[in-house]
Design a protein around this ligand. Structure first.
Ligand code: OOG
Ligand code: MG
Length: 262
């Protein structure tokens, strides 16, 4: 760790306030160029602790920057991981209030729900599929707290990987009933297809993102608990949205899920 405990606490408070007050900020590595990976995840953990202290509930976890499309769009080279709490949950077809967000973008994702815990190191796609109860389509709304969505990996980890809202819906499928590599993904905005992909865009197989998350947590002595919902990461570039937009994600054989923005 390169940062002092009180600096970590201050940065967590600052980033969470940016989220809650809908303000942007320069990326934190500008002022703290020496911060390391442990600092970045410690800031994320401190944001979670602030939310838990106010009664939040963890509903799951997320992997991000797991497709080449996303890595290219954001100019980074590695996946990152974050948490999902109840305040991010939007129900199917609901309206998201853009006044609460800075510069939202939507991403088409495959969500996994686990029936058994997953623990790394050594977690692999097979273990993920064996532990998965079902998969379903999900739209993640990301809203980086960083000005103009410009960040590096450590800054985005500290900012809980831009997490802000998500919805899951459509048809829940057992993992053995769908080939998650070849499944087609169509993201529509206002009725027009705006991003197209296949499951394999996510690390060759979306379950690989879940295995990576389990291995990441394993290095920190943690596991993915049974019952967790996990977003495996955007399969395409993220698409900017504004008030008045409606977004629908269709995943082959898995129905559709939609969201509106007002
Ligand atoms: C970071 C979060 C990325 C995904 O699915 O790739 C993410 C960002 O791009 O702001 O959630
Ligand atoms: Mg995402």
């Amino acid at each position: 760790m390169a940062l002092a405990q009180d600096t970590i606490a201050q940065l967590a408070e600052h980033l969470e306030n940016c989220q809650l007050q809908t303000k942007d900020t320069p990326k934190i590595t500008d002022a703290h160029p020496d911060m390391d990976w442990d600092d970045a995840y410690a800031i994320q953990d401190a944001i979670l602790a602030r939310k838990l202290a106010r009664g939040a509930r963890v509903v799951g976890l997320k992997a991000g920057l797991t497709s080449h499309a996303k890595m290219r769009q954001m100019g980074v080279t590695d996946p990152v991981f974050g948490f999902l709490v109840d305040e991010y949950v939007v129900s199917e077809g609901a309206t998201v209030n853009t006044a609460e967000l800075i510069h939202p973008k939507v991403e088409p994702e495959i969500a996994f729900v686990l029936k058994h815990a997953l623990k790394g190191p050594g977690c692999h796609i097979g273990a993920v599929l064996a532990a998965t109860d079902f998969v379903m389509p999900g739209i993640e709304v990301i809203d980086s707290r960083y000005r103009d969505f410009k960040f590096d990996l450590k800054s985005v980890v500290a900012d809980n990987t831009s997490a802000s809202r998500f919805v899951v819906g459509g048809r829940a499928m057992r993992p053995e009933d769908v080939d998650l590599r070849t499944v087609g993904i169509v993201l529509e905005k206002n009725g027009e297809p705006v991003a197209l992909g296949a499951g394999a865009a996510v690390l060759g197989h979306p379950a690989a993102a879940i295995a990576m998350l389990a291995n990441h947590l394993g290095r920190r002595g943690q596991e993915i608990p049974a019952g967790s919902l996990i977003l495996s990461g955007g399969a395409t570039e993220a698409v900017a949205v504004a008030a008045g937009d409606s977004v629908c994600l269709r995943v082959q054989g898995m129905g559709s899920v939609s969201l509106r923005f007002a």
